[in-house]
Design a protein around this ligand. Structure first.
Ligand SMILES: NC(=O)c1ccc[n+]([C@@H]2O[C@H](COP(=O)([O-])OP(=O)(O)OC[C@H]3O[C@@H](n4cnc5c(N)ncnc54)[C@H](O)[C@@H]3O)[C@@H](O)[C@H]2O)c1
Ligand SMILES: O=C(O)[C@H](O)[C@@H](O)[C@H](O)[C@H](O)CO
Length: 263
């Protein structure tokens, strides 16, 4: 068995929202394994241009587009443009996401719906439109970015947990409907990672910061680069008979109930 199982040379990978953070770390892994990288952002041309420059600076062929993953017309037009300008999409990573940390009794319906729309309806819209080409061409790979909140609840993240739990089940359903077309759909469930999304709860002295360090068997926050291996595996031939799983990359947090601080 050769390492070529993980080679992505010549593939085109769309990583939604991959202009920084976890999306960029996964895209860099996929790009360094040989794929051309396509990223998007909802509205900021500058963020997209900076990201493309960053990919190019590490030797990755990269392209950037502006579209909102929740707007089906924009998504359809963008996919058509990407496939004409860069090439057919072989790998889709549904990474774009938002979170609102608001106790449920205080949460407005609009806030709840906004999270569901980006984190759950977005992957539905992008996947159903990208998979049509994958089916015609005989296969593809889809990776949905899930969360600890696909399995666990936590105070103040009701909409996010509902969306990411839903995304786990959408992953299984996509795997079920599209396996016969040689499309494998899996999820990656990042644990707690040092990105801008977690910045508000990752400050020294914040009780949540201490909680995560002590609750995670690895004893640290994840470094975005920790996700690259899982992203390459689920994008590559190495995972051709792996379908409908969520691979948790979490330093062991889901494997343990934790321990009292004095133990
Ligand atoms: N940071 C963590 O610890 C962590 C842990 C588990 C899962 N996640 C998930 O990983 C993914 C990336 O997380 P991150 O921390 O890098 O987040 P981030 O907020 O830094 O990046 C998210 C990206 O999504 C884009 N985006 C948001 N709404 C969009 C829309 N409607 N259309 C197009 N793009 C849109 C943003 O522009 C941004 O580039 C998210 O799905 C998040 O829920 C993050
Ligand atoms: O607990 C939280 O506030 C949220 O879950 C997020 O901040 C995490 O980053 C994440 O998605 C864990 O997988």
């Amino acid at each position: 068995m050769s390492i070529n199982l993980f080679d992505l040379t010549g593939k085109v990978a769309l990583i939604t929202g991959g202009v920084h953070g976890l999306g960029m770390a996964m895209a860099k892994g996929i790009g360094q394994a040989g794929a051309k990288i396509v990223v998007n952002e909802r509205s900021s041309k500058e963020k997209v241009e900076d990201a493309v420059a960053e990919y190019k600076s590490v030797g990755i062929e990269a392209y950037g587009y502006i579209f909102d993953v929740t707007d089906e017309q924009e998504v359809k037009a963008a996919i058509e443009k990407i496939e004409a300008e860069v090439g057919p999409i072989d790998i889709l990573v549904n990474n774009a996401g938002i979170i609102k940390r608001i106790p449920m009794v205080d949460m407005e319906v609009d806030d709840f719906e906004a999270v569901i729309k980006v984190d759950l309806v977005g992957p539905f819209i992008v996947s159903k439109n990208v998979v049509k080409g994958m089916i015609k061409r005989g296969g593809g790979k889809i990776i949905n970015i899930c969360s600890m909140m696909s399995e666990l609840g936590r105070d103040s993240v009701s909409a996010y947990a509902a969306a990411k739990g839903g995304l786990k089940m959408l992953t299984k359903n996509m795997a079920t409907e599209w396996a016969k077309f040689n499309v494998q759909t899996n999820g990656i469930g990042p644990g707690y990672f040092a990105t801008s999304q977690t910045e508000p709860i990752r400050v020294n002295g914040h009780p949540f910061n201490d909680f995560i360090i002590s609750r995670t068997p690895a004893g640290r926050w994840g470094d975005p680069e920790d996700l690259a291996g899982a992203a390459i595996f689920l994008s590559s031939k190495a995972s051709d008979f792996v379908n409908g799983h969520v691979l948790y990359v979490d330093g062991g947090i889901l494997a343990t109930i934790g321990k009292p601080s004095n133990e």
